[in-house]
Structure formats: structure tokens, C-alpha cells
Design a protein around this ligand. Sequence first.
Ligand SMILES: [Zn+2]
Length: 140
Amino acid sequence: MSQLTSLPPVAQRTYVECKKCGCDRFHVVVAHTTATSAKVECEVCHAKKTLKVDSGKPKKAKTKVGVKRVQTKAISNRWDEVRSVLNETQKQPYNMKANFPLHTTIEHPKFGVGVVTAAALQSIEVVFEDGTRSLVHNRT
Ligand SMILES: [Zn+2]
């Protein structure tokens, strides 16, 4: 079977294999479904099938770029940085339902005192003395 490289126009007949008939038949192009595929109908048995063409473009290999945790980089440095904004007297107990804005000092029951260094809608990055952790907040 020769590989088509472009779609035949709608309403044009194209000679391709019909699985139902078990041989090559003229098919009428009913519609183009995508840039590289079309709905065609067998002229004999009226079975519909999808005709695909090779766009010629090499398929992009999706390379997964490993999402590396930032945790490993200079933990102690980050702690030193946040110590200037850490406010022990105004620390707030960590609670996933509460909202913690940037630079809030929080007290986590397990990790201890930390400072919010990044705040998204439902997650915060908190720097604790022993490392950076992602925690949830604003959960209802
Ligand atoms: Zn057929």
C-alpha cells in the first residue's frame, strides 16, 4: 500500500482498502477530521473508515525533563536568608485550611518553625531549618 502524503479533497474518490469488502475499493471523502485524517466511505458497502496520511513531519519525541526538587540546594543558606524575616513572636500554627501569605512565620507541629518563601493559590513553600518543604494551604 502506498502511503499518501496529503489528504484528497472532500467529495473526491480515493482508492484505498476497505476492510469490510476485504479489498481495495473507491472511497468517497466525506470530511476532513484533522489535518492528517479524513472520513471516507466505501462506494460499495458504504462502510466508513478513517483515512490517515503521513504528514511527513517527524514525530516529536517527548522528552521528559526531570523536575528536580529545589530542596537539595544550599539548605542552610536559605535558612539564613529567612531568619531575617522570621518572627517568632508572630508565628502562626500551621493549618492546611488557613491562608499563609509570603513571609509569614509558621509553626508546624512536625517540622517546627519556618517561613513562607513562596505562596500559590493552594500551596506554599516553607523554609524550615532542616530544609524547604511544599505545604498546602487554603484548603476548604
Ligand atoms: Zn466496502
